[in-house]
Write a new protein. Structure first.
Length: 82
């Protein structure tokens, strides 16, 4: 279980100047230029320069959204990249 927790708390570079950091299974910080394209209670869809990402789960909410990034929380059960 500790190995999984360590893996989830790492920073993953996804594209030019875009990073995603996941804390446990209930909070994520995305750094870089991000556009929110769709937001529902159980789904958040965002777009970066090179990727689209969908977070699915329960009670997803935005903690902060600035020009530098996005911080969200919720009980994530799936993260899709497109």
């Amino acid at each position: 279980m500790n190995k999984i927790k360590e893996k989830l708390q790492q920073i993953y570079p996804l594209a030019n100047n875009f990073y995603i950091e996941i804390f446990d299974k209930n909070e994520a910080m995305l750094t870089g230029e991000i556009e929110i394209t769709e937001l529902e209670k159980n789904m958040l869809k965002i777009k970066t320069d090179e990727h689209g990402i969908t977070f699915r789960g329960i009670d997803i909410e935005i903690l902060s959204y600035t020009a530098d990034g996005l911080r969200i929380k919720g009980d994530f059960n799936k993260i899709e990249f497109f």
